[in-house]
Write a protein of this length. Structure first.
Lengths: 279, 279, 279, 279
């Protein structure tokens, strides 16, 4: 009984608006502390920051323990993706720090605590959710783009390696160079260099730019359509209002009207028969 | 009574098309005067410009006073956002100028008089209104983008500070560098520098470019959908025409037809009964 | 009669598919001749090109005279925008050439003959038509963008003139510099220069980039919506098929059904009365 | 009979999921082998790679022979575009290699084997299909863009040739320079150079950027609309669900209801006559 009551108490704390506000504040404060560490601060300040960091770690640990304990069953907590997300971020910052190398690692792990803002603010969770849902459709476009990059990189590597091995040394360096061309970053310098030996190599660059631009455009359209359809369907399902819902309503009622007209017609036919028969 | 008549007179002036045209002309002229001040002009010209500037200030003051006085009640004027906007812009250019520092400030304040074009031309007011309405939805996307920037800036600052403190000195400098990378401005120079020490740091840059491009894309789609839905709903509400309105009309009339069919059926049933009963 | 017959003959030539094909070929050939002039060609070749150019001019003159004469009334020709467009382009290349300066002018005027492709190929005419229709809506967005540019240019000119007069010398130079910043072309170089004196000037650049990006985005959306609605309406008007047309059909027929149900109900009521009354 | 049975056997192999998986694996492995060739590998490794390459070639040859033989009629295989695509890619890599020049050619031909991924994975085939369908509409926009480029290149070549023949030497070099300007790559360097002689030449560049941006925007919208309409129509045709299908359903049933009401009305009229007549 005492355990049950404690759980209820913990759930109350967890669902409290003020507690939520405190969590958000601590996350932002934690981000600022992380930011402060990148400045050249005196050793006293560095000590304060280290202490603050530890306090934040402890706070996050307590918060996650409260949320863990407030669940009816222990493992229910891990059924929600965002809970696992929070758990990993919090436990990652508990890793012991001793050598110089791990200091950097520990620092990097602590940066990701800012990501907890996403799991706390519902609107951001929706945004990330939409991005994740759009992933599968994007996957194939990324694959197609990768194939285009791979072919052009292989061609570039075979043709231009002797001209500039820094840019076209092997297929992976070539892909990086092509990504640079796709972002239009000093791409003419790359082109003019190879055009000195192969005057027609502008075809290579222009066709590549056209292909990546086309594929990227289609990518964008794919996402737009996907998000639009999903949003539309959701609106339709939730509200029951709007044109789609009204059309559906009309369809169902047209069916009912047809059945009614069926009955009316048969009644009338009967009526006519009755009128005719007895005479 | 005299006050009432004066107010009516002022309202007439204020709503006069010619007066409106004069106001627009003066605003454009004021913009040109502001522009003229940026050229190296002789002292005689500078004097003329200063006189013109004062005349424009006086004109704007009179115009705002006319509009203020023509309101039935004094404070009604401040109920419209655009009136407050105009009032602040006009009064700001009344600030006294004495030292050299305030000259610059006064000049800057006078530049914003061009913005009065927005409050005078209705089409621009609608455009700005649409932008303001789209803000809340954009807010969360900007926040998400900021989180991404913050995390990458922190990582960059920890990892690359020793390589180039000018670009990665602290978290704010790093964020500026990352914004530069997001606009593709000489981003490969930044990348090649860090790749000399960390050969795998291209993952850092490419993942950042993908994330910002994705979020930015979603941002665009969000705005497109928002504006589309709003425009559509407005059109639907205002015109009463179009597909949506017709579907709504059909729905309502289908309901009426059903009621009518109800009545017809009951009439027929009664009819049948009557035909059957008396015999 | 002879004139009438000649006109008919000319109309036949003008509407002939082969004639149209010849016109397109001559336009493309004319473009190639124009292109050839930009190469360093020998004097014999230059003579040939000059002769070809004259022949093309004569051909275009004859073609326009045929089209002019084939019209029932002389001035009907000038009622279509594209005819005026063709007439101006053809007559412009008739200007006499004597001095060295006019050679350049004559050459430039002859380049625009390539534009006749647009007036000859219907699909291109539609594309240009769509662009022209979208102009008014774009006008206000361009105006808003211009205001933003003007204000930032004035601020930039007042603040940064002493730092770099080549970039910020006066308001027109500043606007060009800002356009460069808007295209992300070496914009960080511009920013870092002013940040040396005003460390907070990054706010100036970042806010400018955000504003222009936002306005530009809205611009795009405006055009998209405009073109979409127009295309949709046109499709609706022309085909009579599709959802909109069907909904409209249903609406009209629902009205007819209601009138019919009205008649049925009144017939039934009469029937009931008749059944009741005589008994 | 034996041939028939063999064909059936081959068809079974060809449609086997495991066989498909092996084909995809071999294609990816082939891509990796191609990539490996771009690295500086020892002669032993080069030998291994050459052997692997030959094995892959043989595998692809066998695979295409299986698919060819499994067809009921020999030439049915060449009726599908993707089969021809596969056939060309596979046979191209069979070309004999002897001299040094053909080594490069053979290598290039082998790169395209990665493209077989597109013909094997259905989702990529759909993507490419959509791109090909969007081509005709894009064609005219590309033509319009080409005309704009051509006119500006001719003007640029006539005006700026003396300033910088490397950038404006003839019309084809000028077009490449303009493409560079359209991608915003160091375009201000190009502009500032010509502005030194012609101070108004910024009009040339800015108008060009506006035109290409406008045309490109329309291009994008064209593709978006095209893809949207096609996707929508396909969905409509396939599923029979959704708003469009429901509206169509309602239309058809409204027609039926009208016919039924026709019958009811005539029955009633008859009824009334019968009631009236005998009395």
């Amino acid at each position: 009984m005492a355990v049950e009551q404690l759980k209820l108490q913990l759930l109350k704390i967890h669902q409290n608006k003020i507690f939520e506000f405190i969590v958000i504040s601590i996350i932002i404060f934690s981000a600022l502390v992380t930011g402060a560490k990148t400045y050249d601060i005196g050793s006293t300040m560095a000590n304060v920051v280290a202490w603050l960091d530890m306090l934040i770690t402890v706070f996050f640990l307590i918060e996650i323990l409260i949320r863990l304990s407030s669940e009816p069953r222990f493992f229910d907590f891990f059924k929600k993706g965002w809970n696992i997300f929070d758990f990993i971020i919090v436990t990652a910052s508990l890793l012991p720090v001793d050598g110089n190398d791990t200091v950097l690692l520990a620092r990097l792990l602590r940066i990701f605590r800012v990501l907890r803002l996403v799991s706390v603010i519902p609107e951001l969770r929706i945004l990330i959710g939409a991005l994740i849902k759009a992933m599968p459709r994007m996957g194939y476009i990324v694959l197609l783009m990768f194939i285009i990059f791979y072919i052009y990189a292989a061609i570039g590597s075979f043709m231009f390696e002797n001209i500039n091995p820094v840019l076209w040394g092997n297929i992976s360096i070539s892909m990086l160079t092509l990504f640079r061309v796709a972002t239009f970053e000093d791409w003419t310098d790359v082109m003019y260099e190879t055009m000195a030996e192969y005057p027609l190599s502008w075809i290579f660059y222009l066709s590549f730019i056209f292909l990546t631009a086309f594929v990227f455009l289609n990518m964008m359209i794919g996402v737009i359509l996907d998000v639009m359809q999903r949003e539309h369907e959701e609106y339709y399902r939730e509200s029951g209002e709007g044109e789609s819902a009204e059309v559906h309503w009309i369809k169902e009622h047209t069916e009912q009207m047809e059945q009614r007209l069926d009955r009316i017609e048969s009644l009338l036919l009967e009526n006519v028969k009755q009128n005719v028969a007895p005479k």
